[in-house]
Design a protein around this ligand. Structure first.
Ligand code: PAF
Length: 282
């Protein structure tokens, strides 16, 4: 695996590969890799000749400084996982390489940036837009692969691609879960034993909400039942639980929408976890 830290070197290598007719698949990450990330690498390998993974903990998308400081950094283990997964290129830049000067760009993602994580983490999606556009400029991928756990992020990135006219196909890939159903996340490693045990309630509560939805319960009833269950666990603090349409996260309208997405963000101790479930309607 080639490990590169400079955009210029990366560009040089990728230009050569592109000139040979190779397609480039890109998996951007913030490291602390787990099986969910590796599944993105594998999907990318099935669809592209060359797979580039980036590891960069992007400061501009953290609205909470403490969250940025405690974000797990495990580059040695990450490198080993990527080598074992036969990833072709790891791009691992320093902050100064990606932000030689302050990025003052502001994106307008409209409602997507005002709701759910957009509302609870002001500036977060703008920071995601800044770094993903810089990474797309450096990698110029044919396809880029993102996990559906960050459902709203995938929609934001598709909107950015549309606005900036990038020639990249965005592929969203299924959530990978632990045995107890907890969605895989780099943040899970920050949970202590008690928090980790409590966190397994999240997928359970989501599954029950899905069953209630499928058996015709109203959105309001489902929301209040989820709230009661979350509030019953002293380690939890609910940011939101919502049921929205999957197109733009606006209100779900059963007469036009064929599917809905249930989205949750909950603090488990100091660690904020998110999850979602797509539910079909008929
Ligand atoms: O999902 C992530 O890990 C990050 O938000 C991303 C897309 C790598 C941008 O920093």
């Amino acid at each position: 695996m080639n490990i590169l830290t400079q955009k210029a070197e990366l560009k040089g290598l990728l230009d050569e590969l592109r000139a040979k007719g190779k397609t480039i698949g890109f998996v951007p990450t913030m490291g602390a890799l787990h099986a969910g990330h590796i599944s993105l690498i594998e999907i990318a390998q099935q669809q592209c000749h060359i797979v580039v993974c980036s590891i960069f903990v992007n400061p501009t998308q953290f609205n909470d400084k403490k969250d940025l400081e405690r974000y797990p950094r495990t580059i040695e283990k990450d490198t080993e996982l990527l080598v074992n997964a036969k990833c072709d290129i790891l791009f691992y830049p320093e902050v100064g390489e990606m932000y030689p000067e302050e990025d003052k760009r502001t994106f307008d993602f409209g409602f997507l940036d005002r709701t759910l994580d957009g509302a609870f983490r002001p500036g977060h999606f703008n920071g995601v837009g800044q770094i993903v556009s810089k990474l797309f400029d450096a990698v110029k991928p044919h396809k880029a692969f993102f996990g559906e756990k960050d459902f709203q992020q995938v929609l934001v990135i598709k909107e950015m691609v549309r606005q900036l006219n990038y020639k990249v196909e965005i592929i969203s890939c299924p959530i990978l879960r632990e045995k107890d159903g907890l969605a895989m996340s780099s943040r899970n490693t920050l949970l202590n034993e008690l928090e980790r045990a409590a966190a397994s309630l999240i997928p359970k509560i989501m599954k029950e909400a899905k069953m209630d939805f499928e058996s015709g319960a109203s959105i309001e009833v489902i929301k209040s039942s989820v709230k009661v269950k979350i509030e019953a666990e002293p380690l939890f603090k609910l940011d939101y639980f919502e049921i929205r349409n999957t197109r733009d996260l606006n209100e779900f309208n059963p007469s036009i929408d064929k599917e809905a997405v249930m989205l949750i963000a909950v603090f488990c101790g100091r660690i904020r976890l998110i999850d979602n479930l797509v539910v079909k309607t008929n």
